[in-house]
Design a protein around this ligand. Structure first.
Ligand code: ADP
Ligand code: MG
Length: 360
């Protein structure tokens, strides 16, 4: 297993930066995501790592090999790209075998390896079909088998599930994770889909306009977004402005006066200095309580009035009003019908109220 180490990688097109001096470390055998909105530079990053786009500056190492100037076919990287289709005139087995033949592997070994890889993606019984006899999901699995067949040092995936329908996407997510784990392959996975990243990643690097704006585990990014952009990109959230009143215990907890009440919040020191702050509170972080129900000790309570409710069986989405502000609240297992005008209490744990920067 090798790790990937990228330093100061930059690329501009016609003077417009697509990737701005990005550093990235992918530990050996781990699955790192590049996540961000369309146009933020993810594919440009991955194409530079694969060798299809020449960087303006910076370096790329696979383990102790500097591959920055190396031709793509010499980098020993497996690729699954959106526009990197299977060869239509070759059978499934021939598609998977091709990279092995190029590398002059003995015929018997090729047959064994093709069989093994098709087994990994559960496509053994389709070996003699041609790609146009396969569904989209099956083609995608063959593309993955082709990418891993020659045991690449690194696996590079660019929106590998984007052409699949929703159900297949979720099935394939699990397959990819299983295969990466089984082969312990160092992988960079590019997507704009937060659910893919949250559900699969060891580590996520979020990009915006060619820059890395935050990196961390799925949980770190979801629970401790460092900006409004990250908070909103990783999930739904409520943003509330407030004035910092003082410290509220250790670990960056402060008391914040807001239009929805005075709340304790986690605000990193660098933001707390400004005196005012934007707080992010996710809809599921607030528990809706009715009547005389008591919030658990340690929670802050917000009094609110329900304005509207969408009932979905497993969950209900409420819009509530408090202090002239509309908040979205998610209730799980909603057993009691909600009605507009109903007075409720929202209990929120202070560590789920997070100060975020206005700009990334
Ligand atoms: P993403 O994959 O995140 O959607 P890309 O890396 O494809 O983003 O593109 C980043 C930026 O670089 C975009 O503004 C895009 O228009 C531009 N870009 C990408 N490839 C080229 C190219 N070959 N020529 C000119 N501009 C490009
Ligand atoms: Mg792209």
């Amino acid at each position: 297993m090798v790790g990937i180490a990228i330093r100061g990688l930059s690329k501009s097109y016609d003077g417009v930066p697509a990737v701005r001096s990005v550093d990235l470390d992918v530990p050996p055998g781990s699955l790192t995501f590049l996540l961000g909105p369309s146009g933020c530079g993810k594919s440009t990053m991955l194409r530079m790592v694969a060798g299809f786009v020449e960087p303006d500056a910076g370096s790329i190492r696979f383990g102790d090999r500097d591959v920055t100037q190396m031709a793509p076919e010499r980098r020993n990287a497996g690729l699954v790209f959106q526009n990197y289709a299977l060869w239509p005139h070759m059978s499934v087995a021939q598609n998977v075998a091709f990279g092995l033949e190029v590398r002059k592997m003995p015929k018997a070994d090729i047959a064994r390896r093709v069989d093994e890889c098709l087994g990994l993606v559960r496509m053994r019984e389709y070996a003699s079909r041609t790609p146009n006899q396969l569904s989209g999901g099956q083609q995608q699995r063959v593309a993955l088998a082709r990418a891993i067949a020659f045991r690449p040092d690194v696996l590079l995936l660019d929106e590998p599930l984007s052409n699949l329908d929703a159900k297949l996407r979720i099935d394939m997510r699990a397959e990819i994770r299983r295969i990466v784990d089984e082969l312990r392959m160092t992988t960079i996975y590019v997507t704009h889909d937060r659910d893919e990243a949250l559900s699969l990643a060891d580590s996520i690097v979020v990009m915006r306009s060619g820059d890395v704006v935050q990196r961390g585990t799925p949980r770190e990014l979801y629970e401790r977004p460092n900006s409004k952009f990250i908070a909103g990109f990783l999930g739904e959230t409520n943003l509330v402005e407030g004035a910092i009143e003082g410290a509220a215990g250790a670990d960056s907890m402060v008391q914040v006066r807001t239009p929805i009440g005075s709340l304790r919040a986690y605000v990193p020191e660098s933001l707390a200095r400004a005196g005012t702050v934007t707080l992010s509170i996710r809809p599921e972080a607030m528990s809706l309580m009715r009547g005389a129900a008591q919030a658990s000790a340690g929670a802050d309570v917000i009094r609110a009035t329900i304005t509207s409710t969408t009932y979905l069986g497993a969950v209900a989405h409420h819009e509530v009003a408090v202090g002239g502000i509309a908040l979205r609240v998610l209730e799980t297992n909603p057993r009691v019908p909600a009605r507009p005008g109903e007075e409720v209490q929202l209990a929120v744990s202070p560590d789920q109220v997070v100060g975020v920067a206005g700009t990334p």
